[in-house]
Design a protein around this ligand. Structure first.
Ligand code: PGA
Length: 251
């Protein structure tokens, strides 16, 4: 069975002391939750300190991006090995903000995903259509393009360590979440694609998170959908109370 996974994407928020406070608040409130996998994704600068806070707790850590090369003259970039060494288990790859503002493409997402898997990091690969694409009836087509090209050439075995996050861009930070029906329809479609690309057993094992304006009061209905296996949470992951409530509403 697929274990529900709730990940908090802190984006470019929280300095070190704020990160320590947030991680501490979360860690203290979820110690008794074992049916949900809980991940926090602080900015790079806070990873080392958050690692200390969550050591020997049930909270795991991820980064928000990574570069595919192992080392070298790539000013400003961070490698998979570096993320492993600072205690990351997960890494978000291909978030729509990176696609929109930083030139991320399916091709770079694919390289980063392969590098992460090779180095024992679990990628959370983000896919999802923009509003104009949905309005033009192209949501399925865009998601297909993201899934097929971001995940091409990955082995079935490696796919078992991949999490996919379906994040419709129009729902991110807008307060307008996809309805449970809209989410389920795309998640089911993604699982069918995975069955064709890999095999039905692999497709059944892969967790597909929903992301976009997830809040304590909408998580329960989203997670009730058969193909929704968790959430990637932005804004509501920045406060202890709302993030913890989202986790607990999945139990
Ligand atoms: P949001 O962001 O929860 O603030 O909509 C989600 C995300 O970007 O991962």
């Amino acid at each position: 069975m697929r274990k529900v996974i709730i990940a908090g994407n802190w984006k470019m928020n929280k300095n070190i002391s704020e990160s320590i406070d947030l991680a501490n608040g979360i860690q203290r409130s979820v110690y008794d939750v074992d049916s949900v996998e809980i991940v926090v994704c602080p900015p790079y600068t806070s990873l080392g300190d958050v690692r200390e806070v969550i050591a020997s707790t049930n909270v795991k850590m991820g980064a928000q991006d990574v570069y595919w090369e192992a080392e070298g003259a790539f000013t400003g970039e961070v490698s998979c090995g570096m993320l492993k060494s600072v205690g990351c288990e997960y890494v978000i790859i291909g978030h729509s903000e990176r696609r929109q503002f930083f030139g991320e493409t399916n091709e770079t997402v694919n390289k980063k995903t392969k590098a992460a898997l090779k180095n024992g990091l679990k990628p959370i690969v983000c896919v999802g259509e923009k509003l104009e694409e949905r309005n033009a009836g192209k949501a399925f087509q865009v998601v297909k393009d993201h899934v097929e090209n971001s995940l091409s050439g990955i082995s079935k075995q490696d796919m078992l360590n991949v999490v996919i996050a379906y994040e419709p861009v129009w729902a991110i930070g807008t307060g307008v979440n996809a309805t449970k029906e809209q989410a389920q329809e795309i998640h089911k479609y993604i699982r069918e694609l995975l069955a064709k690309m890999f095999d039905p057993e692999v497709a059944k094992s892969i967790r597909i998170q929903y992301g976009g304006s997830v809040k304590p009061d909408n998580i329960a209905e989203l997670i009730s959908q058969p193909d929704v296996d968790g959430a990637l949470v932005g804004g509501a992951s920045l406060k202890v109370d709302s993030f913890v409530a989202i986790v607990k509403n999945c139990v």
